[in-house]
Design a binder for this molecule. Structure first.
Ligand code: SF4
Length: 379
């Protein structure tokens, strides 16, 4: 018996003499279930901190199935911190197009530059140093530290919050500061021991596949014996939430503006919603505002261009988190004159068929498809 094995045996024997607490038992059951049942996902085949960071950033607000092709394309194109740090922002946004929440991509790129210049290209292991990187909050720092570096760092995302609220029987609205603090405390108490990264992923996996919203599958749950909500019979009602406000309906116009066979594309300012992404010119209008004259006014105000031969080209709707957007689409010809932008940083005149190759968000891609100038891309 070698010294390492002997040391492990002594530690295990000492541990077996200690009392096993309910939390230890829950942790053991959760880890055993995860190791037997976990899905084979691309980012679970690596311990590369950079790859884990990319995956965790993409997984915020986005489903696993949607992330997989983006993750694989992104890692193939930017395989390490140095590649991302030296990349062109347009290329990064182009690979992110369709995934939404584009500030994530801009922050990832800025953070890669910071890691390259301040940490010699290696992600730091400590959560406080990780949280000093743009776009890395407590959740992402905890995920990187625990999964890539085996540090006892907690994570709380939507899945983990639901699982812990049910296990602990928390019945106050989950948005309340006291419930949030309690969730982080409980997550911290669990993310200890030999495999904090596996434990954190087990909580997320349980939330995604067993302790699901609405109808939790308590009959197959590995931690049901420690679950207060199951014992009380109100698991399906937890977590409680504050009532949501109905999303506001916003109307907008947008147009394929042509001149000499080229179409006008405009780029949003780097900071703010959809920062750095390209789109068709247009803007918000009042609920009852419609028609060529309204489009001409908006384009005049925001591009300085006069327009002629305006044609309606349908409408599309898109639901953001806090608002529903209805966009009225047009085609038109631009009169002579210089483009003077208000609210965008840059413009380009580009062949209509190439518009879809710019970094554009989902709404613009759908508008281009509705206008017949690019196909919708899936995945
Ligand atoms: Fe969730 Fe039910 Fe398991 Fe409790 S017993 S953690 S409610 S699936």
């Amino acid at each position: 018996m070698g010294p390492e094995v002997g040391g492990r045996a002594r530690r295990e024997s000492a541990r077996s003499r200690e009392q096993v607490t309910p939390r230890d038992a829950l942790r053991g059951a959760l880890l055993a279930w995860y190791r037997a049942e976990r899905r084979d996902l691309p980012w679970r085949r690596t311990r590369d901190p950079y790859a884990i960071w990319v995956s965790e950033t993409m997984l915020q607000q986005t489903r696993v199935e949607a992330v997989i092709p983006y993750y694989e394309r992104f890692l193939a194109r930017f395989p390490d911190v140095a590649a991302l740090a030296t990349a062109d922002l347009d290329d990064v946004l182009g690979l992110w197009a369709g995934l939404g929440y584009y500030s994530r991509a801009r922050n990832l790129k800025r953070a890669a530059e910071q890691v390259a210049s301040e940490h010699a290209g290696r992600l730091p292991e400590q959560t406080d140093a990780l949280q000093r990187l743009p776009g890395v909050g407590r959740y992402t720092a905890g995920a990187i530290a625990s999964i890539a570096f085996d540090r006892p760092a907690p994570i709380v995302d939507g899945n983990v919050a639901r699982v812990l609220a049910r296990i602990c029987g928390l019945r106050e609205p989950i948005e309340s500061a006291s419930v949030k603090a309690r969730l982080w405390t409980e997550a911290e108490r669990l993310a200890q021991g030999d495999a904090p990264g596996d434990l954190n992923q087990a909580l997320m996996e349980l939330g995604a596949r067993v302790c699901v919203p609405g109808a939790p599958r308590c009959d197959v749950c590995p931690v049901s014996r420690w679950c207060q909500a199951r014992a009380a019979g109100d698991a399906a009602d937890l977590p409680r939430r504050l009532p949501k406000r109905a999303p506001k309906l916003v109307h907008a116009v947008a147009a394929l503006v042509l001149r000499g066979g080229k179409a006008l594309a405009v780029q949003r300012p780097e900071h703010g919603l959809l920062g750095g992404m390209w789109e068709l010119p247009g803007g918000e209008v009042g609920a009852r505002e419609r028609g060529p004259a309204v489009l001409a006014r908006v384009l005049g105000e925001r591009t300085g261009l006069g327009v002629a031969r305006v044609e309606r080209a349908g409408a599309l709707e898109y639901a953001f988190t806090h608002r529903d957007l209805r966009i009225h689409l047009y085609r038109c010809e631009a009169a002579r004159g210089r483009v003077r932008l208000h609210g965008w940083d840059r413009h380009r005149w580009i062949a209509p068929g190439s518009l879809g190759r710019l970094p554009v968000g989902t709404v613009t891609r759908r508008a281009l498809a509705a206008l017949g100038v690019c196909a919708l891309r899936r995945g």
